[in-house]
Design a protein around this ligand. Sequence first.
Ligand code: ZN
Ligand code: ZN
Length: 651
Amino acid sequence: MDQIHVTLPDGSVKDVPKGTTPVEIAKSISPRLADAALVARVTVPNDGQGELIDVRRPLDRDVKLQILTDRDPDALYVFRHSAAHLLAAAVMELYPNVKLGIGPPVDNGFFYEFLREEPFTTADLEKIEKKMHELAAQDIPNERKLMPKPEALELYKRTNQTFKCELVDEKAVEPMVSFYTTGKFIDFCRGPHIPSTKRIQAFKLMSVAGAYWKGQEGNPQLQRIYAAAFFSQKELDEYLHRLEEAKRRDHRKLGQELDLFSIEEEAGPGLIFWHPKGGLIRNLIETWLKDELLKRGYDLVYTPHIMRLDLWKTSGHTGYYKDSMFGPVEVEKADYQLKPMNCPGHILIYKSRLRSYRDLPVRFGELGTVYRYERSGVLHGLLRVRGFTQDDAHIFCTPSQIESEVEACMDFAFAVMKTFGFDKFEVELSDWDPAHPENYPGKPEDWQHASDSLASTLARMNIPYKRIAGEGAFYGPKIDVKLIDAIGRPWQLTTVQFDFNLPARFSLEYVGEDGARHQPLMVHRALLGSVERFFGILIEHYAGAFPLWLAPVQVQVCPVSEKVADYAKHIAETLKNHHLRVHLDDRNEKLPAKIRDAQLQKIPYMLVVGPKEAEAGTASVRHRSKGDLGPKPLAEVVAALQEESQSRTIS
Ligand SMILES: [Zn+2]
Ligand SMILES: [Zn+2]
């Protein structure tokens, strides 16, 4: 009899007859494991990653075997794929005439696409979801079947599944084509799948979206039903809650409610109008930033918004960056280009005179407004726009200065995060692919030196990071910092990038200690990225409830009646004289209405004043989230607010 050796993760080896299945082996270990087994990973000795297979697939050779349960992320992927099949099975029962597209797992769930004349409505989705639960409860096995290719094509022709026919025709290379059945439903599929439908309980059909077949315009448009799916109801609920939270924090909605900014159709898409309250916050951000730039040895520069097109030819942007630029403008028979980047402007200032090694490093900082073409379909509030202001800087330095400059950039980035209230982040170092030096401009030794400097700087600063080879920009290695917001979403923010390309294209030089001319190293760096985008992130991070130092209105004074109008005015004046941003709500409204409106505007503090307070020279302090803090002497209130605002306390 044919025996095979199956090595388990703990190193033990089982001798079993050829054809034994993973689930049988699981059962021999414990019935509970067999019950929990969703999929198996088999690795043929000396063959890398291994392959995921059905737990009922017979083993035919010596393998390493791992049984995956709902504790394994790879099993979740398979689970979602099986859930996609369940969706298609339900749809086919309810609407037998639809044509099937593809149905893969995706982040947080899965989709399946269908061709159907009528659009799927919310009522349809409810019906489908119900049918899916019904089928799931029947514990229908997912079974793998093999079919000769001509037979497979015939099957799909007979059932009028043209897209599937196309897929079998293109993708099935082996003589035998693999299919999976779930009851009556059959699908051309490589698998693997979880054993049956019964585990698929925690899912929710979320939306329907149009998608061209194979993503190609001109092809028929299918309807994609998107769903969220998790192993447990708890995880699904948490996910739905996160979505709700994200919706509640949507900066476009809050931007309107708090009157921070707008996009005016009359002016064009992707262009931001900063309203007084948004403008005030922007001014606070920019003032802080400029002070820091000067403290940290940067020079502030300003460069034109429009420059000769030829300049952008020299920089190379008209080549590789053309699609992201607005078209040129003709002036006196010469073409001019609206700037998509600030780098060439800073380079021209650098080049305006001969630099010596003693002048380096040169650090030019600019809040530089740039314009980039983005398709209208991808524009999104403050996050994807066509005109924005970068907190841009370029550093020109010698090779021996790299490490201290990179360290200073990272230190600056952390100061930004701390000041604006972000304490979680991820760092990535994107490198070149040293196996293909021919793909990169500049000398390989410079690349190596720059990459090593970035890595050793991060190591010296004790910053954990992920190194990604081959993912650097073509012109140099870079460090990216992603911050994690209040609800756990990552946002790409700071970037520090080397550039071996532009210094060569513009023949940048400095006179070295040896009296000879050398090419300086150039670093592009932006901390906030763009002020618009950063503002969008801030709004969502704080759900519009900015810390005191950033709040457009810091205090609202709420007199309880006309009788204390003078005292209320006195308080407002006093606060104003102490550089606090105050609004006096002297409307003829009841106190609860005044408080409700201040809460809706997310104003940090409310000072309630009535006859008692007027007599005692106090104010009753109320905080937007901490509630009533009781009456306090006015001088004490002023001092506390000033301290909280000036120290930029995050609360
Ligand atoms: Zn499939
Ligand atoms: Zn640049």
